[in-house]
Write a protein that binds this ligand. Structure first.
Ligand code: ADP
Length: 602
């Protein structure tokens, strides 16, 4: 700076303004206010136009300008790749930290194609006059040398190319603008660290809530806020038939995706597990090796929601992938940065631990409930068996005593025999029942249910006839073939037909038949007997259950037949169902998976 300039009042005013600016840069938290003042200072130096661009992800975006009408409309919001700017500044004339690009300099192609603002001034012959196509810009760096933005100047004072003095002053403003951006970046950085740290901590705290659903709901909400996301979805996979159910959560939209995005689970299991590194996808990304199966569907959903970026990550512990987490963001704030992705990974691991604990707790509770039920059942069983054994024994003992009193002998022997048979029946059924409780695997061979029905009808024909009950078999052509143990399946049909005859009145009818129905082979046993009340139907298949109907109770029975039958049916992958009307009759269906091919039965 020349000595003379120290006495130049305009110069002194600039220095005073700079001084004030430096103070404000270091104290103000409003970056845009400070940048406005920097621009104002440059305008006061005599420049007609000034613009500011900031690095946003891979782009440089023009965010601020002051100048003649039309300037803002042309350049505000302009977005170019950062590397273009760097390329352009490298090719410029270096004036200290300023970059001057004379109008006659060869420009990169992209710049020629960009619709730039050109001031409306005449071209002069004087080489020291500012040309409308001249450019003066300055990169803005952080303290660590990171490019944060650029500042551009046009319409210099007096229409002249800035001299040394003016450049020096301009540089001072550029430094202040760089500092303001640098401070803002540091503040944002700190705020982001705090925000992400709080979110991770919040999710860990949510793990102490009662019930996995509440934890997941709370976590989804925390994440949507903490990551400025549009939406967060969490899904924990079900664990087999008997295991924990699928748990889902979503915020603000509940997770209604049911089975989720097709292929996403497989994609993440292959590309991001174990390890649990988040995968990021943008809406127009054409290739994503990590999400080969799910990319297209995911992008379709993203378009529907106006989402530009999603981050997806597996949830799990150790080698076990237990679920997945998806977060979606709009164009602002757009892409998830490195630090955010690390935090997403941390949260997924935290959720993994929470889900595993919840599963263990769920399993334990179920086991305790099962054990309690078993315990209750055992006590009940012991009481019932004792009672069932005691009744005929008491009768036997009574009649043995009566035998001493000579003439009642014959009646007593009959009663003893009847009760001994009852004991025998009970013990045989008990042995069957207990052996079935242990049983897992059993004989498997083609069995024709039609044959078994015929055997049962033949077996019970005499009993039915003497009780005055007609029993008919509806044969099925080609048979009804299933795979299983013929003795055990025969036992079910004997029991169903036996009951139908036993619980029918004189003149009643029993119809038996087997047939195919879809994937199943079905045995139908229909009677016009006593029928079963609704209340009794609900306990029909429990061990030792006998109807409350006195007519049925007066007939001999142990209440074990149907419990045994259903157990056998279940071991064969089938079931027994009933429809009955009290006083009208009952129909029982034994349903078993049909043999895959009919001819394989032969
Ligand atoms: P049990 O016949 O030895 O008592 P089950 O387990 O075979 O034992 O049957 C349980 C109860 O269900 C019977 O006691 C009877 O009250 C009722 N029941 C079963 N089948 C029929 C039927 N066809 N008609 C009416 N009641 C039936």
């Amino acid at each position: 700076m020349s000595d003379n300039s120290a006495f130049d009042p305009a110069h002194n005013q600039s220095v005073a303004r700079l001084f004030e600016l430096m103070r404000r840069v270091n104290s103000s938290t409003d970056t845009y206010e400070v940048l406005g003042e920097v621009a104002g200072g440059v305008i006061e130096l005599g420049f007609g136009a000034v613009a500011l661009s900031q690095v946003q992800g891979p782009d440089m975006v023009t965010t601020y300008c002051e100048g003649p009408p039309g300037l803002a409309e042309t350049i505000l919001g302009d977005r170019q790749a950062v590397r273009f700017w760097v390329e352009m500044m490298d090719s410029a004339e270096h004036w200290g930290i300023l970059r001057y690009i004379p109008h006659d300099r060869e420009l990169p192609q992209w710049l020629k194609e960009t619709s730039l603002w050109t001031p409306d001034i005449a071209v002069s012959d004087d080489p020291l006059d500012w040309h409308p196509d001249d450019m003066l810009i300055a990169p803005l760096y952080s303290a660590t040398g990171e490019l944060l933005g650029t500042m551009g100047f046009d319409l210099p004072p007096d229409g002249r190319i800035p001299d040394e003095n003016l450049r020096e002053l301009l540089e001072l403003y550029v430094v202040q603008a760089g500092l303001a951006l640098s401070n803002a970046r540091q503040r944002d950085d700190l705020a982001e660290r705090v925000r992400l740290g709080e979110t991770v901590k919040g999710v860990a705290m949510a793990g102490t809530l009662v019930g996995l659903d509440s934890t997941l709901d709370e976590s989804a909400e925390l994440m949507t806020h903490g990551f400025s996301a549009l939406q967060t979805w969490i899904r924990c996979f079900p664990e087999g038939d008997a295991g924990p159910q699928e748990h889902v959560a979503g915020y603000p939209i509940p997770n209604e995706l049911g089975g989720g995005i097709p292929g996403l689970r497989q994609d993440l299991a292959r590309s991001a597990w174990p390890g649990g590194e988040p995968v990021q996808l943008s809406v127009d990304q054409e290739d994503c090796p990590a999400l080969t199966l799910s990319r297209a569907t995911l992008q379709e959903q993203m378009r529907q929601l106006d989402v530009t970026h999603v981050a997806a990550v597996p949830i799990g512990v150790g080698q076990e992938m237990l679920g997945l987490l998806v977060m979606a963001r709009l164009a602002t704030p757009g892409e998830f940065n490195e630090r955010e992705l690390v935090a997403v990974g941390d949260i997924a691991r935290e959720l993994g631990r929470i889900v595993l604990n919840a599963r263990l707790y769920e399993r334990e509770s179920r086991l305790v409930a099962e054990l309690q039920e078993l315990d209750r059942y055992k006590s009940e069983l012991i009481a019932t068996i004792s009672h069932e054994l005691k009744t005929p024994l008491t009768s036997i003992i009574g009649h043995v005593e009566l035998l001493d009193e000579a003439e009642l002998g014959a009646t007593s022997v009959k009663a003893i025999s009847r009760n001994a048979q009852r004991l025998d029946r009970l013990i045989t059924n008990l042995l069957n029942y207990s052996s079935l409780q242990e049983k897992r695997a059993h004989v498997r061979r083609p069995v024709d249910l039609d044959d078994l029905c015929r055997n049962s009808v033949e077996l019970l024909a005499f009993q039915a006839e003497s009780a005055g009950i007609s029993i008919t078999l509806t044969p099925v052509s080609g048979g009804a073939v299933v795979s299983g143990d013929p003795d055990e399946l025969g036992r079910i049909i004997d029991n169903l037909v036996g009951n139908a005859v036993k619980y029918s009145r004189r003149g009643g009818r029993v119809d038996v038949g087997a047939s195919y129905a879809g994937d199943a082979a079905v045995v139908t046993v229909r009677d016009t007997g006593l029928g079963i009340s609704q209340v009794d139907q609900s306990h029909l298949f429990s061990a030792f259950h006998r109807s409350s109907n006195p007519d049925a109770l007066s007939l001999p029975g142990t209440g074990l037949g149907l419990a045994i039958s259903r157990r056998i049916a279940e071991l064969h992958g089938g079931d027994i169902t009933v429809e009955s009307e009290f006083g009208v009759g009952s129909t029982f269906w034994l349903r078993l998976p049909r043999q895959a091919r009919l001819d394989s039965a032969s």
